[in-house]
Design a protein around this ligand. Structure first.
Ligand code: PHE
Ligand code: ZN
Length: 876
């Protein structure tokens, strides 16, 4: 491993010596070689030299206040330039050359697509602006931008940068120019430009405060027809932010551009969002229902950043969750309003458990606000995003809707145009309401998932039910001792018949309401309910009121009661998950007659024909947690084959209990009324069809495959077709189905990603051969992040029995590929490497094989800082 890069520490933050008030850029764009002239007006009250970050830049000119700087007045350092003699109000001018077509990292200015047909674009967050020009590349330096783009008109007919348009025209030699002015001060990570042959759809939008805005969605020819859904979603998001937070858009135009070459999901650049095509383009023949919802969610997320992130940005990258946790929370609320709220909550919580709880339990565990990093790119994590959102949700819940809005108003008003901290956020929310929220800071600084133990005791003589809550957070790397954190526990009590009881806490004069939020603010708390007629069944942590692991010794029949009768759809699901997880534990230990298994199967068998139940919720109820989440229940010596076998047994028992006939006829009934429409009812039916077909496959594989075959041939929507393909890949028609799908979709990159992923996901040791063969498919390339994640990411993350095959070949395969990918694109390699996350807890043979593969990779010489950081932490 190379000498480890230096640590950046939150405790060492200091305000910048020099600030930049305005940036003027002139960019001459060309695929092979682009030139960027930048003039910075800087301010400071110091004698210290001015430091400008720069990376992979060829410096052609450097001037201070109009004079070319002599060599003696500046130095090139490892990270950029150091310039002497700068004064308050000085203007620094640089001219640099960069090579977009050679930029495989997809950070800075790069080429999307082929050299003759593709387009140029930028990606700056977190530290990519320094790959475009010399600049103090830190989010607390905010400036206004005037950007002039120049390029050949035929090759680059469309020129875009963030801000309002400020003129355009022709130059000689077939070139043209366009200028953009962004009046809102912004950090450089929000800078963006795009140039090339793009098409657009436009819509006129008037904001609530009366501004006329042109919304433009841009894509390459052939894809522009697939932007309509995103445009509608954008308009919904804009209206929602006006109504819910009183936030209006603030420029005359809003551009969104789709690219197939992108490291992340999407980017909120001011006035010029850039999207991974998979989160912008949608079409019935190409996109699943899930993908439609993702498009809606990501369009909203990026738009919401205009306030939570752009108008109010982060002081430093340790505060990343200030914008990301908050914006995820805003998106989750929006999506819940647009769709089914309980289903949205179920999806978000299962993602949290699958991605964040597992991250928090492994070597890469870190707080929502980390205290140090080597490479900030590695902190765009489930913890910063998803757990960060849960923290905002807890605080919003603590305040209640009205006070939360009041607090948010103060936050936006107080910090508009500013770079803020998490303390600022809590202070604004608290001060607006006279409430001290500083105890919540403990959540931000502490890694690990708290365990919440609940003990219930009923005193029949006193008619009193005492709930004792106790918290404990397991140690995480570098944080052996944990403090208690405030935990809001939303609670209801049920009688044995499944009716909710009115609640009267000790000290209250009479019973009122059926739900309470108990605030646990120390290690232990006791909550006494009075006038409880009989021993109740507690429904705890309703709606997942805090991101903790709940431990309560429920009787299986009590969980079955909640599964049947809790009006909180989320907690119904949570009760079912607890039952199935316990049944899983038993099956793993060889016990197929556990009370939990029986209660789960019986409960679902009787709900199966309940016509009142939303089919989407039923679908969620029928599916136990994913293998990777179930594996978290095992302390040590995880055997992924045993995990899968136990989970399959779980599904088999359920399918048998429901019965093959009922599964077949339910599927056929759903299919008989199927449409390809996107309305909620049609989507819910498709979701249920998936669950039913998977169950059916366990008991009557022939019957399931027959139906999958018919579905594959007839489906007019991607949700059904992909389900059919996934099923068929497990049977004798695998090759035929794969080639039929390939033939149909070979020209659609987003559909081809699903084709690769579906094959990588087929469980079992033999899939490695398939994945290796697919590397040689004409459509595969290590240069495209989506393709890499589709094939290799799916294999490593969503196919435990494939990746973790007992002989360790999966590990050696992946690490060999990681070395190749790292040489092209460090961010993609580092992200993929996190698939090794749980390796410590594997059984000894696999553990050793995984360790050896990681150690071999880590001993290589030319590792990027990104990958080296992940490996170092994973191996510690
Ligand atoms: N800021 C983006 C978002 O969450 C994510 C992103 C990070 C994109 C870094 C690109 C680079 O909305
Ligand atoms: Zn974001």
């Amino acid at each position: 491993m190379p000498a480890s890069a230096s640590l950046v520490r939150l405790s060492e933050y200091t305000a910048p010596d020099w600030r930049v008030s305005s940036v003027e850029m002139e960019v001459d764009l060309d695929i092979a070689s682009s030139r960027i002239r930048t003039r910075l007006t800087v301010h400071g009250d110091t004698d210290r030299p001015l430091h400008l970050d720069g990376e992979d830049l060829e410096l052609l000119e450097l001037k201070l206040d109009g004079e070319t700087l002599a060599d003696a007045h500046y130095r090139k350092t490892d990270s950029g330039l150091e310039i002497d003699g700068v004064r308050n109000g000085s203007v620094i001018e640089t001219l640099v050359r960069v090579k977009p077509a050679e930029n495989t990292k997809l950070e800075g200015l790069y080429l999307s697509g082929a050299a003759d047909t593709g387009f140029l674009l930028t990606q700056c967050e977190a530290e990519g602006f320094r790959r475009i020009t010399f600049f103090p590349d830190r989010p607390d330096v905010l400036a206004t931008y005037t950007v002039t783009l120049r390029a050949d008109r035929a090759r680059f007919p469309v020129l875009l940068a963030g801000g309002n348009p400020d003129g355009a025209g022709d130059l000689d030699d077939g070139r043209h120019w366009a200028r953009f002015v962004d009046p809102h001060p912004k950090p450089c990570y929000l800078f963006a430009l795009v140039a090339g042959r793009l098409q657009k759809i436009s819509r006129a939008y008037r904001t609530a405060d009366g501004r006329d805005v042109t919304l433009n969605l841009w894509a390459e020819a052939g894809a522009i027809e697939q932007c309509g859904y995103a445009m509608d979603a954008l308009e919904r998001a804009m209206r929602w932010d006006e109504q819910t937070y009183g936030r209006n858009y603030d420029l005359d135009v809003f551009h969104v551009v789709a690219t197939h070459d992108f490291n992340m999901g999407a980017m909120e650049n001011k006035g010029l969002n850039i999207f991974n095509a998979k989160y912008l383009l949608a079409a019935p023949d190409m996109s699943t229902d899930d993908e439609y919802r993702h498009v809606e969610a990501v369009v909203a997320h990026e738009y919401f950043h205009n306030w939570s992130g752009n108008r109010v940005t982060c002081r430093d990258w340790f505060q990343l969750s200030l914008k990301e946790g908050l914006t995820v929370f805003r998106e989750q609320s929006f999506s819940a309003d647009m769709n089914s709220a309980p289903i949205k909550r179920i999806e978000d919580v299962s993602l949290l458990r699958r991605a964040q709880f597992t991250e928090d339990a492994g070597p890469l565990s870190h707080p929502v606000r980390p205290s140090e990093y080597r490479e900030i790119n590695n902190f765009y994590t489930a913890t910063v995003y998803e757990k960060g959102s849960e923290l905002v949700r807890m605080i919003a819940g603590r305040l209640g809707a009205e006070r939360f809005r009041k607090g948010m108003d103060l936050y936006f008003e107080r910090h508009d145009g500013d770079a803020a901290t998490l303390e600022d956020f809590l202070a604004a929310l608290g001060e607006a309401n006279g409430i001290d929220l500083t105890p919540y800071l403990a959540w931000y600084g502490q890694a690990g998932t708290p365990r919440l133990r609940a003990l219930g005791e009923y005193d029949a003589a006193q008619r009193r039910y005492t709930l004792t809550l106790r918290q404990r957070t397991p140690a995480t790397p570098g944080q052996p001792h944990k403090q208690p954190v405030p935990i809001p526990v939303r609670v209801a009590l049920f009688d044995r018949g499944g009716a909710m009881l009115p609640l009267q806490l000790q000290g209250e004069t009479e019973a009122s309401g059926h739900e309470r939020v108990l605030e646990l603010d120390g290690v232990e708390g006791e909550f006494v309910f009075e006038n409880v007629p009989a021993a109740p069944i507690p429904s705890l942590l309703r709606g997942f009121s805090a991101p903790v692991v709940l431990e309560h010794d429920y009787l299986p029949e009590d969980l079955a009661t909640l599964l049947r009768a809790d009006p909180d759809g989320f907690n119904r699901w949570a009760a079912g998950q607890q039952l199935s997880s316990r049944a899983f534990d038993a099956l793993l230990a060889g016990d197929a007659s556990s009370a939990a298994l029986r209660a789960w199967c019986d409960g679902l068998a009787s709900l199966f024909d309940d016509t009142e139940l939303d089919p989407a919720l039923l679908a969620e109820l029928l599916m136990p947690a994913a293998e990777i989440e179930l594996a978290e229940r095992i302390e040590q010596d995880v055997d992924p084959d045993a995990v899968r076998a136990a989970r399959e047994a779980l599904l088999h028992h359920l399918a048998e209990r429901i019965g093959g006939d009922r599964l077949e006829s339910r599927f056929d009934a759903l299919q008989s009324v199927a449409s390809d429409d996107l309305d909620a009812a049609s989507q819910a039916r498709r979701r249920l069809k998936q669950a039913v077909l998977r169950l059916l496959h366990g008991v009557r594989p022939q019957a399931a495959l027959q139906r999958a075959d018919a579905l594959h041939a007839q489906a007019g929507n991607m949700t059904d077709r992909l389900l059919a393909l996934q099923m068929l890949l497990r049977g004798p028609q695998a090759d035929a189905a794969a080639s039929a799908f390939r033939q149909r979709h070979h020209a659609q990159p987003l559909a081809m990603d699903k084709w690769f992923a579906a094959q990588a996901q087929v469980a079992g040791a033999q899939t490695l051969d398939r994945v290796q063969a697919l590397l040689h498919d004409d459509a595969f390339t290590l240069r495209n992040p989506n393709r890499v994640h589709a094939l290799l990411g799916t294999f490593a993350r969503s196919n435990p029995t494939g990746f973790h095959r007992a002989d360790g070949a999966g590990y050696r395969f992946l690490t060999a590929k990681l070395a190749e990918i790292d040489a092209l694109n460090p961010q993609v390699a580092a992200r993929l490497a996190t698939a090794f996350n749980g390796w410590h807890r594997l059984e000894p043979m696999r553990r050793e094989a995984a360790h050896d593969a990681l150690a071999t990779l880590a001993s290589g010489n030319d590792l990027s800082r990104d990958l080296a950081d992940i490996l170092q932490r994973a191996l510690e």
